[in-house]
Design a protein around this ligand. Structure first.
Ligand code: ARG
Length: 374
């Protein structure tokens, strides 16, 4: 296989013809004659007022009628950092208007879609154990201790083929001392004790080594409240997007959420961590009541943190940190928060604290742009 660019997302096509159509486009593509595959750029999805399926793309890749757009329409569509190149800003573009080159048009394929679970039957309603292909964006952050053993330390969320979102406290130096050096993120896992070589759980797993990480510049590890407890791990290789491994969407604007879902391998009532992926549904919790509650233990909750849970027995816990607070909207899953701190776990009246993702989307996109991953 000849790799011309690593900045693209792979999908398969059956016709060689498509390559001919795509070959002159402005993005670089991978094409392999024997596997008949091409790559398309990875775009983040974004939210339009009318909730149409949309991607955040450079304006020249969006076939909107520019003449009919005034300055405020344009600002409303902006989806990248505000200091974005004025001539070619990132705009939120309906998927059917996204073009890779003029005049031939195509849109990112379903494999570039975020927040989609392809083979989940949703049989286990309200149950505790998640299905194998459920929440395919969940990753286990692995550290390597001094004798080479792999230690599961935190959870992460795949938001792009080689970017994993997690909590900043998961990557701070005391973790290095306690659990060893940051090594890899394991994606596509379900039952972690699975070891039989021919079982599907091993086939679906992708362990990808960490290339580097970026901690939010405003995170202070000495703070009680863990404000800005958010970081990004850049993987050495792009994840292969499959039914078991695919990215979640990022919630861009604060939304009125009625219930959140959390999932992971964190501490349970009986075990220090769970061997099987668990899930639970938790309610949002009033920010005002939550901040009063936490103030009683001298923790000041900021406006960039949200509270959820506070229900007996339903909560995230140790090991779930860095994982997503999820919400389902128009058939897609969005990461609304990052698991950060709590007082105990599953205690009535003590909601968990989550970093509010909409406040950090610009930062996340900027890191991805700077790292040249778009
Ligand atoms: N700090 C914990 C971790 O590192 C997560 C705590 C979440 N606690 C809670 N009660 N919601 O895994």
């Amino acid at each position: 296989m000849t790799i011309m660019s690593v900045q693209c997302l792979k999908y398969s096509v059956t016709k060689l013809l498509l390559f001919a159509l795509l070959a002159h486009q402005q993005f670089n593509y991978i094409f392999t004659a024997n596997t008949e595959s091409v790559e398309v750029p990875f775009f983040f999805s974004c939210q339009l007022i009318n909730d149409a399926d949309a991607y955040c793309v450079p304006i020249k890749n969006c076939q909107i009628d520019l003449k009919s757009l005034n300055e405020s329409d344009l600002n409303e569509r902006r989806c990248g950092p505000s200091n974005e190149n004025r001539k070619n800003p990132l705009v939120c573009c309906e998927t059917n208007l996204v073009v890779f080159s003029q005049p031939k048009t195509t849109t990112p394929t379903s494999s570039a879609k975020c927040g989609v679970q392809s083979i989940v039957s949703n049989r286990i309603i309200g149950g505790e154990t998640a299905e194998e292909a459920e929440f395919p964006w969940l990753g286990r952050i692995l550290r390597r201790d001094s004798i080479g053993d792999l230690i599961f330390s935190c959870t992460g969320t795949l938001i792009h083929p080689n970017v994993v979102l997690t909590a900043a406290h998961c990557l701070e130096s005391k973790e290095l001392v306690e659990n060893g050096e940051l090594y890899a993120v394991s994606l596509g896992e379900h039952e972690t004790s699975c070891s039989s070589p021919d079982s599907s759980c091993l086939n679906n797993k992708q362990t990808i080594v960490v290339s580097e990480y970026v901690i939010h510049p405003d995170y202070d590890s000495n703070s009680y409240n863990h404000a800005n407890d958010i970081s990004l791990i850049i993987l050495k290789n792009r994840a292969n997007i499959t039914d078991y491994v695919s990215p979640i969407c990022l919630l861009e604007k604060n939304a009125n959420v009625v219930e959140y879902t959390v999932s992971g391998w964190g501490r349970t009532n009986n075990e220090s961590s769970s061997v099987i992926k668990k899930k639970t549904v938790i309610p949002p919790y009033s920010w005002t009541l939550c901040s009063q509650k936490y103030q009683s233990v001298n923790v000041t909750i900021t406006k960039k943190q949200i509270c959820a849970g506070g229900v007996r027995g339903k909560d995230t816990c140790q090991g779930d940190s860095g994982g997503p607070l999820m919400t389902l909207k128009n058939g897609r899953w969005y990461a609304a928060g990052v698991v950060s701190i709590g007082v105990g776990c599953g205690t009535e009246g003590w909601p968990g604290i989550y970093i509010n993702i909409p406040n950090y989307v610009d930062w996340i996109k900027e890191v991805i742009r700077v790292k040249n991953l778009l």
